[in-house]
Design a protein around this ligand. Structure first.
Ligand code: ZN
Length: 422
């Protein structure tokens, strides 16, 4: 089976220019003794909005790893694909994130659920899971509700998995299931039912992305109760450990956190929980790099700064259209955006400070950051003009991209207490 390292990170790169700059951050972590496998991911939604082809992501990953002589594994993730959208990714990708959100709660054959409950009647009795305070237990009615809710979705995952396996060959790719883009979080009990169904379907699942409580808004920090979230992750990890042993799921099955970029306040608590469980994690933080490109262009000043202002002005006029595809994952209040004329008068350093994810900085503006997070289609429309600006200012942009991934993500999630121990 294609293995995914204990720690891995899903890096996005809207325009395919920052492969090396991102990888350099992982090299720095590696130099400090922590191996994190890079996974380049770009969703069907991003490819559609930018009219890009999945093969371009594979080329970028191959090019970056070759250029830096990256000695470890790396992968290319078909992020959030469905049965209808998987085909263009089959040839070039080796990591597939099966998005089953639309199938949760869909009606399935009632006999299907009945047969599942009969087969797994132990779920309705008290099930001791090491590490969990209370035994997991469902009333027969409660179990039926959960099974009817999730079984059709896992069946769909089975269909997508088999489609990929028949095209690529079983064992030649990594399988993730994502359920993060739904309204309600999954409880650890529900996760157990889901994993039982996954094992039934014969899916060699390696990462699973549940919906956690709180809001994972695009590009800005976590909004919710961090302690509650930490407890949730802790219980999910107990369920995963149980699932690996009792259900025969792959030994490297781990949680995937679709961060929506930059959930900085979660990294410390997550690091401590992972250490306690000796557990791995896959962290997706994709959109963050596009914002660093803008920050680099701001710092470069002149035409580059003017281009960022042009993107900003365009985004103000197309707010509704740009936010539409991301409606459920934005906490953007248009009334709190700075006046257009104010931004038009900013110098590069001021604009960069407003965008850079430093919550302690008085100039930081989370609303502006979210607006520009979803404004990448405008840069796509600029085409060569935007890409040429990135190339002209490659050094300044790359410096920001690398520092962001290393300092704000890898260091707090994987390295911080190593520093303390050293
Ligand atoms: Zn996601």
């Amino acid at each position: 089976m294609r293995r995914l390292g204990k720690y891995s990170i899903g890096l996005g790169d809207r325009f395919g220019r920052q492969g090396r700059a991102q990888l350099r951050a992982l090299e720095m972590a590696r130099g400090l003794g922590v191996e994190v496998a890079p996974v380049w991911n770009k969703s069907h939604r991003e490819h559609t909005l930018l009219h890009s082809q999945p093969a371009s992501v594979r080329r970028e990953a191959d090019e970056a790893t070759a250029a830096l002589g990256w000695p470890g594994d790396y992968h290319v993730d078909a992020d959030h694909i469905r049965l209808a959208t998987v085909a263009p990714f089959l040839e070039t990708h080796d990591f597939f994130t099966l998005d089953i959100a639309d199938f949760i709660g869909q009606p399935d054959g009632p006999d299907d659920a009945h047969a599942f409950i009969t087969r797994h009647h132990d779920l309705a009795s008290k099930l001791e899971i090491p590490g969990l305070d209370e035994p997991q237990s469902f009333s027969p009615e409660g179990l039926a509700v959960v099974v009817r809710r999730y079984l059709p979705a896992v069946r769909e995952a089975g269909r997508i998995y088999r489609r990929i396996a028949s095209a690529r060959g079983a064992g030649s790719f990594i399988t993730e299931i994502s359920m993060d883009e739904v309204a309600a979080p999954q409880t650890p009990e529900e996760l157990l039912v889901i994993l039982t169904a996954v094992a039934d379907e014969g899916i060699p699942l390696q990462t699973i992305a549940p919906r956690f409580s709180g809001l994972f808004a695009k590009g800005v920090d976590y909004q919710g109760d961090v302690a509650q979230l930490a407890g949730e992750v802790d219980r999910h990890l107990c369920v995963l450990r149980h699932a690996r042993r009792a259900l025969g799921l792959p030994a490297d099955l781990k949680l995937s956190v679709h961060s929506g970029s930059d959930k900085l306040s979660l990294y410390g608590p997550l690091r401590r929980i992972l250490r306690r469980h000796d557990a791995g994690i896959h962290l997706k933080t994709a959109g963050t790099t596009w914002l660093e490109e803008l920050i680099g262009l701001c710092e470069s000043g002149g035409d580059a700064l003017a281009m960022v202002k042009e993107i900003h002005a365009g985004a103000r006029g197309r707010l509704r259209e740009l936010c539409g595809p991301y409606a459920s994952v934005l906490a953007l209040d248009p009334a709190r955006l700075p006046p257009l004329e104010t931004v038009a008068g900013w110098g590069g350093a001021t604009f960069a400070r407003a965008l850079r994810h430093d919550p302690a900085c008085p100039g930081y503006d989370p609303h502006l950051r979210q607006l520009l997070h979803v404004a990448y289609p405008l840069a796509g429309e600029m085409g060569a003009r935007f890409l040429e600006a990135l190339d002209r200012h490659a050094e300044t942009v790359a410096r920001n991209v690398t520092a962001n991934i290393f300092e704000r993500h890898l260091r707090p999630l994987f390295l911080d207490d190593r520093d303390a121990a050293a």
